[in-house]
Design a protein around this ligand. Structure first.
Ligand SMILES: Cc1cc2nc3c(=O)[nH]c(=O)nc-3n(C[C@H](O)[C@H](O)[C@H](O)COP(=O)(O)OP(=O)(O)OC[C@H]3O[C@@H](n4cnc5c(N)ncnc54)[C@H](O)[C@@H]3O)c2cc1C
Length: 289
């Protein structure tokens, strides 16, 4: 289908983009990779009168470590996240996540900022960023503010971003020694959204006890879900098969799936349990290397 009529604006700087968002209010939308927004416009599920294309703003796409954080620019393409040696070697959970998003064509355009800002519970980065306790940097008229990812997802397709704010950066705390993470996703076919997926990140002490655990769930509720009870259960324990199995059961209890074309709710709950088990097992392997 053809989208409704819209005006196209191409700011050259972030302040210019923010003032255009202010000027046009709720009728304006940021255009990033366009991989969610354009299909929604074609289906007439979104009808922005103004598209503010941020693709030509310099210095919004980068991946670098800077002191305490891995910093990823909001306009960084999924293909660049997937291809980053730094991400692959030190943040394998993010590499696992980027490589199972859609297909290579989509990943060449789609951005990590758009993935989070869209607020779709089926999008993959949300759960991973919850497991990593990341922060989102929102830039608006009053400058930058930091939003913990835990507070970022408000409800389905709704985030804590104000309409005149741009997601400019994602900050992931640099993991402590003996940390590891993994993302496991079940999709009906390559390129599909998750039927369910689980992100798990753990840190072990020198005696192999868990000092920190993060677990995020994809597409089993109105937002990405942090499985806090499962995380708390793991802390202070040695992560053997029995402990992991119990945490997986707790994560399953924290999921809130509904039945849809990808399957009944009970099936998805069972998936959360198994995918949590697999993600935690891989996370422990990686933390132990
Ligand atoms: C065939 C197909 C399969 C897909 N499969 C998956 C999948 O398996 N997993 C997955 O996670 N995703 C999947 N996606 C979605 C894809 O990852 C999208 O690209 C992503 O959801 C949005 O990123 P984008 O850069 O394309 O954003 P856009 O489509 O440009 O924008 C999406 C929304 O976010 C807003 N926005 C974008 N960037 C910013 C910003 N920096 N600041 C503030 N607001 C912003 C826009 O205004 C818009 O409302 C798929 C998409 C397609 C077309």
């Amino acid at each position: 289908m053809i989208p409704p009529v819209f005006e196209y604006l191409r700011p050259a700087t972030i302040p210019e983009a923010v003032s255009l968002l202010q000027l046009h209010g709720e009728d304006a939308k940021i255009l990033s990779g366009g991989q969610s927004l354009i299909p929604m416009m074609k289906l007439r599920l979104a009808r922005p009168a103004w598209l503010i294309d941020i693709n030509h703003i310099p210095d919004l796409a980068y991946i670098r470590e800077d002191g305490r954080y891995l910093k990823i620019g909001g306009l960084t393409r999924e293909a660049d996240v997937e291809g980053s040696d730094l991400v692959r070697s030190k943040y394998p959970i993010i590499h696992d996540t980027a490589r199972v998003i859609a297909d290579p064509q989509v990943r060449n355009l789609a951005t990590i900022g758009g993935n989070l800002a869209h607020g779709d519970p089926a999008n993959d980065h949300g759960a991973t960023m919850l497991a990593l306790e990341a922060e989102v940097i929102a830039t608006g008229v009053n400058g930058e503010r930091s939003i913990p990812v835990q507070d970022f997802f408000v409800s389905i397709f709704t985030t804590a971003l104000e309409h005149d704010e741009i997601l400019t950066e994602i900050r992931v705390p640099v993991p402590a020694a003996r940390s590891g993470g993994a993302y496991f996703k079940l999709e009906r076919k390559v390129g599909d959204f998750a039927t369910a997926a689980v992100a798990a990140q753990v840190t072990l002490d020198s005696g192999d006890s868990c000092t920190k655990a993060g677990i995020g769930l994809t597409n089993v509720g109105p937002t990405p879900i942090r499985a806090g009870k499962a995380e708390a259960f793991l802390r202070g324990k040695k992560l053997d098969a029995q402990t992991i199995a119990e945490a997986a059961r707790l994560a399953m209890d924290e999921s809130q799936p509904s039945a849809d074309l990808r399957g009944p709710a009970e099936y998805k709950k069972g998936l959360v349990k198994e995918l949590t088990r697999r993600a935690l097992t891989r996370a422990v392997e990686r933390a132990s290397r």
